[in-house]
Each structure stands twice: as structure tokens, then as C-alpha cells.
Design a protein around this ligand. Structure first.
Ligand code: AMP
Ligand code: MG
Length: 521
């Protein structure tokens, strides 16, 4: 197995001078060298063939002992030096100080096909940033990260990727609902890949410690490697940097709202500086459309990270990044100017995206009103977000509201509510939608095609991942590959997979792991 190694992060940024792997505050450094933990009996469960190709490896490479041992941390690839990154973060709105890669270990970077990739293991043991935890990950959360990051990529959502999912052969103690019922679970490691895993928190920790030289070095590094289009110099360069990060963050969140993805823990340490979806923890997929919904039980009280609040949190997090960059600029006003534009840019993109979901080519005042009305109407009947938009593509300009209603009615969880005022409200919405469609030149079949490119048919519903997890706990791993293959083509009809194009089964409504997830992973 030959990897095309080219390290930049560990080469160009300052390393922690202490080399013992003890838990501590790490000063004047961007990372600490660490060695992954050897595991009892590593076993590869699944490899993303797609990602394998991206980094220049073949299927037979992935079947080698070296591959298994490298992606589980049991072997260090020749001439490479694994490390954990130092970062801080705001968690649930409060500054949390140093966090860092507590259970992620970066192995090396790869340069292939003119693309730069960092490979990182999640769950490979303790680092100086592990605080009070064990540095390990369990099978259930690793399956969720592996499947979801690949599914998001194929949905066209900016994301970190996953190369492999493996069992470690070790047992890990976890208290899933934090209620004193700790139990042993199977340990696992995901090897994940992104151009870079740098987060907002990498900048915040340096600013908080007034480590301005290193902050500048890190920012210059990030711009040189990941924002090469920024050509300005001096203060303007850092302002342009914030502008780019703002735009990428908005882009990512608009995609989340499009596909119904709820991240669950949008702390600033979980915000990628490249605008990639990162750290798949207690995330969930919207089933019944509901702005108030969050899958994360740790956030159940305030619902800070609920579906409808994600755009606002994106901005809140950018404020923290802007604060961190302040010392490179020394003037708050232009930073404020960049953040002031967030809302308008977001809304503009969001409205465009919703028009696409509805198959409308030319936004008008009437269509905007119809969209904001839809957001209200969808909640009246607990409407499945994915099914509703997919089925809506069958609309014809000649339909009556009653016919259109028949076409989408599979999307309603509480169809019994569809009477009286609720029925009238829906009928009024269908009427205004049909009226708008009739003012557009596009024909039914072209509109359907366009809608099916933005409205996925298959997403990783919370219960689907849970099925794969329960089976994997019983040593049956076929569902993992089945779902991986299904979610590679989320916009295709895939008639043979129609059973996955269905509402969440009732047993999954309030089940732990399906709609209720904690941060315990
Ligand atoms: P998260 O909320 O999962 O993004 O994690 C927040 C912080 O806790 C990060 O610094 C993680 O590296 C760290 N962390 C989470 N789980 C563990 C674990 N099992 N062992 C060590 N550190 C962890
Ligand atoms: Mg994290």
C-alpha cells in the first residue's frame, strides 16, 4: 500500500514541546504529538470505496493488513508522526476553555490528484486533550458517523468524509442516557478524511491565550492552503478570510435546511473553518417538519440547536470567530460589517433554495408568501419533510387541490387531523401553489426533473441507522453496506429500495437512538 504523504499542518505550525501523553493545558502550540492506542482485535467492518479512490488507493490495498492496522491505529505509516490538535470552544453558549482532539488523532496528510487530504482516527485513544474521558468511541456512534458523512457527501452537502469503520476488539464503558446505567459496549474507530479538520475553536484558543503570533501563523496557514483565492494582504486578508468563512458557513447551513439535517451540537469547536459538516454526534434527520425539533437530549431544555435555530447559531458562532480574529485586525467595525451581512445573504440563499425545492423558477412576492405559509402548514399535520417534497414533484399544472392532496398524502403522520380548519388551510395552500405553477412556463416533466435533483428520495432516517446498529451489535454487518449503497444515490428512484422511502415507523417515534440521542458516544 503506497500513500502519497505530504504533511503541511504539523510541518508549518508550532508543536507542543512536551511529548508525554498526559492530560494538560497545552500552550504556544497548535498540536501535540501522540501515538494511537493499540487495540485488542481490530476488524474492518466497512470501507468507502469512493473515498478510497479519492486518496489513490485500490480495493486490494484496503484488503491488506497494513490498511487495517493503519486505520485502526495499530501501525504508524512509515515516516509519519500522528498528532492531536489544540482547540477551544464555546459549548452551548459558554466559553469552555481548552478542548482539543480528545479522541481524534491525525495520522498524516495526503496529496493526490491535486487535492490535499488529512486522515484522522476517531476513537484511537487518549491525548493531552482527553480531559476526564477515555479517548475511545463506541460502535453505535461510529456507524452513525461513517454512514452519515458519506450520505451527506452524496447529497451534495459540504462535509468531512469517512474512509473506514472498524471494531477495535476492546470494550468501552458508556452511560448512554447519563442516568447511572453505564454498560460495556463494543469499541470502534472511524478513519475520517477532510482537506482539513481545523475548527473555529483552533483560532479561539490562541486568541483567548493572547497567543497572537501563533494565531497569525495559523490564519496564514489556513488561507494559504485552503483559501488560496484570497490575494489581499495585511488586515484586508484577514477580513477577506472571515468573509469566505461566513459564506461557506451559510452555504453549509442552507444545505442542512434543504435536506432536513439537524447537527445537534453546533458548538464552536464543532464548526469547520472550511464550512464542512463535522463531528457527527447526536445529529438527526427531520421526519415530521418542525422548526423546534432537536435530536439531542442534552439540549432538550433550551433547544439551542433545534432545526429552526441552526441559521442563527451559524451567525452566533461566526461572531466568536470574528472576536478571535480581532487581534489580527485591531478594528471591530469592518468585522461587524461582515457579520451584519450574514442574515441577508442567508435569507437570499434560503429563499432561492426553497423555490428550487418547490420547482418554482421565478421568485415573486406571491411565491415568497406561499413559502412562508407552507412552513406553517407543514406543521399542522406532522408532515414528513422528505416524502412531502419528493411526492410534490408529481404535481401537474392541471391538478386540482384535491388531486394534489392525494399525491402527497403519504407524507402526513397525523392524517386524522386533516379536517375542518386544517383541511381548509391545506386546500388554500395547494390552491396558491397551483396558481403560481400556472404562471410559469416550465412543463411538468422538466419541473419534476429539477425538483428531484434537490429533494432527496433517501436520507439516513434516524431509525435506519439504529437498525444497522442493533444488527451490528449482534455481529451482522450487512445492513451497513446496504445503507451505504442506498445513500450513494439519494436522488435516484431506486425502485428496488422503495421500502426505505417511507415514513418513520411508529416504534421509532420516541426510541432512544432514533429520535433521542445524547452526547455519549
Ligand atoms: P464533542 O461534543 O463530541 O464534539 O466533544 C467535545 C470535546 O470533548 C472535544 O474536545 C472532544 O475531543 C472531547 N471528547 C468527547 N468524547 C471524548 C472521549 N470519549 N474521550 C476524550 N475526549 C472526548
Ligand atoms: Mg467535537
Amino acid at each position: 500500500m503506497k500513500l502519497h504523504i505530504k504533511n503541511t499542518f504539523s510541518k508549518e505550525l508550532p508543536a507542543d514541546k512536551v511529548i508525554e501523553n498526559t492530560r494538560r493545558q497545552v500552550h504556544d502550540a497548535c498540536f501535540s504529538y501522540v501515538t494511537p492506542k493499540k487495540t485488542a482485535k481490530p476488524k474492518l467492518l466497512h470501507v468507502s470505496d469512493d473515498m478510497l479512490e479519492e486518496i489513490g488507493l485500490t480495493k486490494s490495498d484496503s484488503e491488506s493488513d497494513t490498511f487495517l492496522h493503519v486505520v485502526t491505529g495499530n501501525e504508524i505509516y512509515k515516516n509519519t508522526h500522528p498528532y492531536a490538535m489544540c482547540y477551544g470552544g464555546h459549548q452551548f453558549g459558554n466559553w469552555a476553555g481548552q478542548l482539543g482532539d480528545g479522541r481524534a488523532i491525525n495520522l498524516f496528510e495526503i496529496q493526490y490528484n491535486n487535492k490535499q487530504w488529512a486522515l484522522q482516527l476517531k476513537g484511537a485513544g487518549e491525548t493531552p486533550y482527553s480531559r476526564t474521558a477515555d479517548g475511545l468511541a463506541v460502535l453505535r456512534s461510529s456507524i452513525r458517523e461513517h454512514l452519515c458523512s458519506e450520505a451527506m457527501f452524496h447529497l451534495g452537502v459540504p462535509t468531512t468524509r469517512s474512509l473506514s469503520l472498524s471494531l477495535t476488539g476492546d470494550q468501552v464503558l458508556r452511560d448512554v442516557m447519563y442516568n447511572g446505567n453505564a454498560a460495556h459496549e463494543k469499541g470502534a474507530v472511524v478513519s475520517r478524511i477532510a482537506p482539513s479538520f481545523i475548527r473555529f475553536g483552533n483560532f479561539e484558543i490562541l486568541a483567548a491565550r493572547k497567543n497572537i503570533d501563533t494565531l497569525q501563523t495559523l490564519t496564514d496557514y489556513t488561507i494559504t492552503h485552503f483559501y488560496p483565492e484570497i490575494k489581499s494582504e495585511g488586515k484586508q486578508k484577514y477580513l477577506d478570510f472571515l468573509t469566505h468563512v461566513r459564506n461557506n458557513t451559510i452555504e453549509m447551513i442552507v444545505h442542512w435546511q434543504r435536506v432536513g439535517f439537524v447537527h445537534g451540537v453546533m458548538n464552536t469547536d464543532n464548526m469547520s473553518i472550511l464550512g464542512l459538516t463535522i463531528d457527527y454526534g447526536p445529529y438527526g434527520w427531520l421526519e415530521g417538519f418542525d422548526y423546534e425539533w432537536t435530536p439531542n437530549t442534552t439540549d432538550a431544555q433550551h433547544k439551542r440547536y433545534r432545526f429552526g435555530n441552526q441559521p442563527y447559531i451559524g451567525m452566533w458562532n461566526l461572531y466568536k470567530l470574528a472576536n478571535a480574529l480581532y487581534d489580527l485586525i485591531g478594528d471591530a467595525e469592518p468585522l461587524q460589517g461582515i457579520l451584519d451581512k450574514y442574515e441577508a445573504i442567508y435569507l437570499n440563499k434560503y429563499i432561492k433554495m426553497m423555490h428550487q425545492k418547490l420547482g418554482i423558477q421565478t421568485p415573486t412576492e406571491a411565491s415568497k408568501k406561499m413559502i412562508s405559509e407552507l412552513e406553517r402548514v407543514l406543521q399542522l399535520t406532522e408532515t414528513d419533510y422528505t416524502i412531502f417534497f419528493r411526492k410534490l414533484s408529481y404535481v401537474s399544472k392541471n391538478d386540482t387541490p384535491a388531486i394534489l392532496f392525494e399525491k402527497v398524502k403519504d407524507a402526513f403522520y397525523t392524517i386524522e387531523k386533516l379536517q375542518g380548519d386544517v383541511l381548509n388551510t391545506w386546500t388554500a395552500w395547494f390552491t396558491s401553489y397551483l396558481f403560481i405553477l400556472n404562471s410559469e412556463p416550465i412543463d411538468d416533466s422538466s419541473r419534476m426533473q429539477a425538483m428531484n435533483l434537490v429533494n432527496p428520495k433517501y436520507v439516513l432516517r434516524n431509525y435506519m441507522a439504529q437498525l444497522a446498529i442493533e444488527e451490528a451489535n449482534n455481529e451482522n454487518y450487512t445492513r451497513i453496506s446496504e445503507l451505504y449503497e442506498l445513500l450513494k444515490k439519494p436522488y435516484d428512484e431506486q425502485v428496488e429500495n422503495e421500502r426505505w422511502f417511507a415514513k418513520r415507523p411508529e416504534w421509532a417515534r420516541n426510541k432512544i437512538g432514533c429520535s433521542m440521542l445524547s452526547c455519549s458516544s
